[in-house]
Write a protein that binds this ligand. Structure first.
Ligand code: NAP
Length: 315
């Protein structure tokens, strides 16, 4: 279909197919809204690149991220949700029905749930962009196996950095965690596990100022933040886990965002535009769990259902 063709209309359009989008799709499908879900570039969102999810209720043994996403998808589709491998490129929420352009076509919708998630932050140092995929990575599950028997680094001091560092010990011969402060941000249990792991080492109060290498990562330039001392260290890989930024560029100027760019909602997932709801990490930088995102997605679908029913009654 091309963009000049008539847009496809749906009562409910869901943007994003991570836990929030897929849970919203399940609830909306069961309410007979026949939702269309635009998956965006990554079906499943961040959980699809998570090795094991150990804290999703109902899976006491843990479940692999892609497996969990596959189950979410299967359940949503079973009840009639339609997943489309396409990405929204523009949105117009100023008129009804709402209109969303995509890379392939266009959609109109009476209600929209935004569940576009968040993306890994970059360090912004020289060498980082040039060496992505050649030793610089933001995904241990995707790239860890390339580093069998090698010495690698992880940047960050939060739960993600420590969890992924522990995962990377399956492959690497050593994992050095580089963190900018003298205290880790990660929870106590992860800290204990990382600190007692024989392959994990720490470089505290240290920042990466440059990633070195021509075609492949060969090392990093580091600076001690207190003494200012600089050094170069060889490493085969730099895994960066320093947080995320929300995928809301598309909605700037239309949907109210907070100062970090996250969508502002009330406690019922409603944005400032009636009929547009937001769920998951695009609106939540506090909890950021699969279970909380899925819960928000279910709530957004229930709110969208009420909104559409009320509109029908009034029209
Ligand atoms: P986070 O908690 O925001 O931690 C980011 C880390 O990166 C911090 O240590 C921060 O340093 C560091 N950092 C940020 N910008 C940096 C920069 N420009 N240069 C160097 N270091 C930088 O992010 P996260 O680890 O991705 O976790 C996000 C949320 O998900 C948290 O709520 C976390 O609890 C949750 N999570 C939970 C689990 C789990 O429960 N198993 C697993 C993963 C994530 P500072 O400490 O100095 O700020």
């Amino acid at each position: 279909m091309n963009k000049t063709a008539q847009p496809t209309h749906t009562p409910l359009l869901i943007l994003g197919a991570g836990p929030a989008g897929l849970a919203a799709a399940l609830y909306a499908a069961r309410a007979d809204l026949e939702p269309i879900v635009l998956t965006g570039p990554a079906l499943g969102g961040q959980v699809s690149i998570t090795y094991t999810v150990e804290n999703y209720p109902g899976f006491p043994e843990g479940v692999e991220g892609p497996d969990l996403v596959g189950r979410f998808q299967e359940q949503a589709e079973k009840f009639g949700a339609r997943l489309v491998l396409d990405t929204a490129t523009a949105a117009d929420f100023r008129r009804r029905p709402f209109r969303v352009e995509t890379t392939k076509t266009a959609y109109t919708a009476d209600a929209v749930i935004i569940a576009t998630g968040a993306t890994a932050k970059q360090l912004g140092v020289p060498g980082e962009d040039d060496l992505i995929g050649m030793g610089v990575s933001y995904c241990a599950t995707c790239d860890g196996h390339f580093f069998k028997g090698m010495d690698i680094m992880v940047v960050g001091g939060g739960d993600s950095a420590l969890e992924e560092a522990l995962f990377l010990t399956r492959y690497a011969s050593s994992v050095t965690i580089v963190h900018r402060r003298d205290q880790l941000r990660a929870g106590a249990l992860l800290q204990k596990r990382a600190r007692s792991h024989p392959k994990i080492h720490f470089l505290m109060e240290t920042v990466v100022t440059e990633i070195l290498g021509d075609d492949m990562v060969e090392g990093v330039r580091l600076r001690h933040v207190v003494s200012g001392a600089e050094q170069e260290r060889p490493t085969a890989g730099v895994f960066i886990f320093i947080g995320h930024h929300p995928n809301t560029d598309l909605f700037e100027g239309q949907i109210a965002l907070d100062d970090q760019g996250y969508i502002l909602t009330d406690k019922y997932t409603r944005t400032n535009i009636p009929g547009v709801f937001a769920a998951g990490e695009v609106a939540d930088h506090r909890y950021r769990q699969v279970i909380t995102s899925a819960g928000m997605g279910a709530a957004a679908a229930m709110e969208a259902t009420h909104f559409l029913e009320d509109n029908e009654r009034l029209s």
